[in-house]
Design a protein around this ligand. Structure first.
Ligand code: PGU
Length: 406
């Protein structure tokens, strides 16, 4: 019989979010009172959008679908994405600094995070912020970049702690040379946003050490402080050492629609001078046939003046939830960060394990959170609260949190 891919044996048995869903189901099955309105379980766990797509963007999706039913409007494969959308992304988010062939439309940031690993191969050392979005580590292990079996050319994964002690910014002297470094700002899960000075230091370190940064800007539209950078490409020279993945999921409510983009600058080169952009175009063209045309029509609507107002309104709404959650936790004396320029609140329960706190909040409040240890060793004793929820549910959850007292 055929053998199992050894890399699969090296990833943790369950991906974090399905594991949380499993524990929630188990709890619900054992507690019939969760079927009542007072006892119902409220999820502040997975960062999944809950609010309807706003009217202008929705009309973009509807019109995109209708166009497919006409001779003039019909379109088939789009490969790297609609030219108009690629140009619009460059002008709206990057002051037009990228040509359309440096902007690749995807079916979401997560999907490209997985595919991007193909560029670098199994021998490339990987570094992540600790804690970080688990897909960076699991995706690396799956592709063999950090496989642990004998003879794999094991390089390991470097976890760079981002904790209160270093203001959630890693010690860059620990960044391994010639590595791939996943960096997320605003950060999932801590909610920390790197300053311009910090990102400049990051770019400088990456250039000196021959690293490539994969910058995940999935939460950029939650930034309200104008001094904070929304993109790595606001930093000089980032075009020679960074790739940016991004998404319409959270700003436009497209978690189920599926649309994102990746910037691979032409200035980005491998050690031997060959173009990373050209390879990415080759890989994308080979194993990805483009994002849905309907989703792209919605994306275009999201980026015109009316659409951008809706993006602002939607992200404002979730930030309003974040404020309620943060203040409910602070009233209980729980120390927490995030939630100001990000939809996540990172709460510390000193001396406890994350799964233990997760279980207590589920049992006492019927509220689902995400255990911090699922994001890396430095996440232990934290839980993450997501601000994605209906307002009434968030208010109800905040009220129930007072049951944690004493
Ligand atoms: N990047 C980061 C940093 C994320 O937190 C998420 C979603 C994504 C990318 C995914 O973006 P898409 O464009 O929708 O693919 N994180 C959520 C959902 C969990 C998951 O498995 O993606 C979270 O709760 O962390």
């Amino acid at each position: 019989m055929i053998e199992r891919n050894k890399c699969i044996a090296n990833i943790k048995a369950g991906y974090l979010f399905p594991e949380i869903a499993r524990r929630r189901r188990e709890y619900a099955a054992a507690h019939p009172e969760t079927n009542s309105p007072e006892g119902r379980i409220i999820s502040l766990g997975v960062g999944n959008t809950t609010e309807p797509v706003l009217p202008h963007i929705d009309a973009g999706l509807v019109n995109g679908a209708k166009a497919l039913g006409t001779v003039e409007g019909y379109s088939g494969y789009q490969d790297e994405g609609l030219l108009e959308l690629r140009e619009k992304i460059s002008s709206v988010f990057y002051k037009g600094m990228f040509s359309a062939d440096e902007v690749f439309i995807s079916d979401g940031a997560k999907c490209d995070i997985g595919r991007l690993q193909l560029l670098f191969g199994a021998g490339t050392p990987v570094a992540v912020q600790d804690p970080s979005y688990p897909v960076y580590v699991d995706g690396s292990v799956l592709i063999g970049a950090a496989g642990g079996w004998a003879g794999s050319g094991y390089q390991g994964i470097s976890y760079l702690p981002c904790t209160a002690e270093n203001s959630y910014f890693p010690d860059l002297s620990k960044l391994p040379a010639n590595s791939l470094f996943y960096f997320c700002s605003p950060n999932n899960p801590t909610g920390a946003v790197a300053s311009k000075e910090q990102l400049s230091a990051l770019v400088k370190a990456a250039r000196e050490k021959g690293c490539v940064i994969i910058f995940d800007g999935a939460y950029a539209e939650f930034i309200r402080d104008p001094a904070l950078p929304k993109s790595i490409f606001e930093i000089d020279d980032a075009g020679t050492c960074a790739i940016e993945v991004n998404s319409f999921s959270k700003p436009a409510g497209f978690t189920g629609v599926r649309l994102g983009w990746t910037i691979v600058p032409k200035d980005l080169k491998y050690l031997n001078g060959e173009s990373i952009n050209a390879d990415w175009a080759r890989i994308a063209g080979t194993i990805f046939n483009g994002a849905s045309n309907i989703a792209q029509a919605g994306g275009l609507a999201a980026l015109d003046a009316e659409g951008l107002k809706e993006v602002r309104a939607l992200t404002d709404f979730y930030l309003g939830n974040a404020k309620l959650i943060k203040s409910a936790l602070q009233k209980l004396g729980v120390s927490c960060v995030g939630g100001d320029n990000s939809p996540y609140i990172w709460a510390r329960f000193l001396g406890r394990t994350s799964w233990d706190v997760f279980a207590e909040i589920l049992e006492k409040c019927q509220v689902v959170t995400t255990p911090g240890s699922g994001f890396g060793p430095a996440g232990e004793s934290f839980v993450r609260f997501s601000a994605f929820g209906h307002r009434a549910d968030v208010e109800e959850a905040c009220g129930r949190l007072s049951r944690l007292k004493g």
